[in-house]
Design a binder for this molecule. Structure first.
Ligand code: ATP
Ligand code: MG
Length: 422
């Protein structure tokens, strides 16, 4: 992508209503555009990050046999009456139709997926079934805040599983837990498994995946090395108490919940009568689990966990592009032509190797401004071509996460970058 063609621009102005690092940096760098409180449009750079996260999620869920579907966002009220949640879920948007009907606007999809799976389920041989989707969710949150961390419209991956027995459910729950850790680590964040409320059936707790950063809303009781971690909403211990596992002192940390996994038991399968015949020909109700990941919240969480005073520092795996190629200006026309043609060659050569390059080919922009933009946007590697570097048949190589730059020979460049990507 040539930056001169990118329709978005970076902005030096701090958005007046930004209440968090992620909303400030994502807005200033042109990744998102706020439409109203808690509602964002995703712009080319931001959408590339979101799509990369979604694809990591897809790859890992496909490995554990989950099948991708896309359910309707508009949901029939009757289903919500059946589950008894029409009046109890306070964040449910209720959409009146001119026909006199009222619809729910999906904040979650148990009311759709449960009767959907029922349609196809007959025998224990059909189980387990695991389906997921990646979709916009709508919640009438009382207070939208912290940029994309808590929105009224946001992206979520929701997975639902159906099992013939609690044992089978337990084994799958474990698998999802491990898969989630892989997903978050591939996305470049360190997520901690934390016990939380909502484990109603075979489990005492539900599990949240918390990224510890001051930007979070959740308070987590945990210690340096032990695996013990509980959301303070359920914790019976308090800060300063000893970790029951190893005697370490428990500390209070702030976290962002990027995902969670729940044992639903037969709450929904009872309500929608999701039955099957077992080995003995007996009628049984399926056991269910649900598992969420906040995909747009994850984008904001990565920014909260990985930035400095100059801008975002994207992990390679989810960066909108891998390389920011910056061509500088020369007063000498012949040198300028050479800078442009070398930059073009590098651009083509890198893309041919699968390296995604954003080329700052803008004219009339000072080097200082170009560097400030590169730091703000935060691509993992910055390559600068200028009169000075060309004298050494080189380009200037600087990793976003490091402060020092070095010269790399143009002849070695494509190979060196490909190496870095592995
Ligand atoms: P929270 O505790 O943060 O309100 P939740 O427990 O209601 O979230 P779920 O309904 O299980 O969350 O949704 C699954 C995931 O979707 C959450 O783990 C979170 O990452 C994300 N999520 C939930 N609500 C929002 C929101 N309003 N904006 C952005 N992401 C959200
Ligand atoms: Mg929660």
């Amino acid at each position: 992508m040539r930056q001169s063609r990118l329709f978005t621009r970076t902005s030096k102005n701090v958005p007046h209503d930004s209440d968090s690092v992620n909303s400030r940096l994502l807005t200033q760098a042109g990744f998102v555009h706020q439409e109203m409180a808690g509602v964002y449009s995703w712009l080319p750079l931001g959408l590339r990050v979101l799509r990369k996260i979604e694809n990591i999620v897809r790859q890992e869920l496909d490995k554990i046999g989950a099948q991708e579907i896309l359910m309707s966002a508009l949901q029939p009220k009757e289903n919500w009456d059946k589950s008894g949640r029409w009046d109890s879920v306070d964040v449910l948007f209720k959409i009146p139709s001119q026909t006199g009907k009222v619809y729910g606007l999906g904040p979650t999809h148990e009311e759709i997926v449960t009767p959907l799976v029922k349609t196809f389920l007959n025998s224990y041989k059909d189980l387990p079934i695991a389906v997921y989707q990646i979709q916009s969710k709508f919640r009438d949150e009382l207070r939208a805040k912290s940029g994309v961390l808590r929105g009224r419209e946001f992206g979520m991956k929701d997975l639902y599983s159906f099992h013939a027995s609690t044992d089978d459910f337990d084994a799958y729950y474990r698998k999802v837990l491990e898969t989630y850790l892989t997903i978050f680590s591939r996305c470049g964040v360190n997520a901690k498994v934390v016990e939380a409320s909502g484990g109603a059936f075979s489990k005492k707790y539900s599990h949240e995946f918390q990224v510890l950063t001051p930007a979070g809303e959740d308070k987590i009781l945990t210690s340096e090395t032990g695996t013990f971690a509980q959301n303070t909403e359920i914790a019976t211990l308090k800060e300063g108490d000893k970790n029951p596992e190893n005697g370490e002192t428990l500390e209070l940390k702030t976290g962002v919940e990027v995902g969670n996994i729940f044992d639903l038991g037969t709450k929904f399968s009872d309500a929608f009568d999701v039955a099957f015949t077992d080995e003995n020909g007996e009628r049984k109700i399926a056991v269910m689990g649900c598992y969420g990941i906040g995909t747009t919240r994850l984008v904001g969480t990565i920014v909260e966990a990985s930035h400095d005073e100059k801008g975002i520092v994207w992990p390679v795996s989810v960066a909108p592009f891998h390389v920011h190629l910056v061509g500088l200006k020369s007063k000498d026309e012949a040198v300028q032509t050479r800078i442009n043609s070398i930059a073009q060659e590098m651009y083509d050569g890198l893309w041919a190797e699968g390296v995604e390059v954003l080329w700052d080919d803008r004219e009339g922009i000072s080097p200082g401004e170009k560097f400030a933009d590169a730091d703000l946007i935060g691509l993992p590697l910055r390559l600068v071509v200028s009169e000075k570097t060309l004298k050494e048949d080189s380009v200037e190589w600087k990793a976003r996460s490091e402060s020092d730059a070095k010269l790399v020979k143009i002849a070695d460049l494509v190979e060196r970058v490909s190496e870095m990507m592995k």
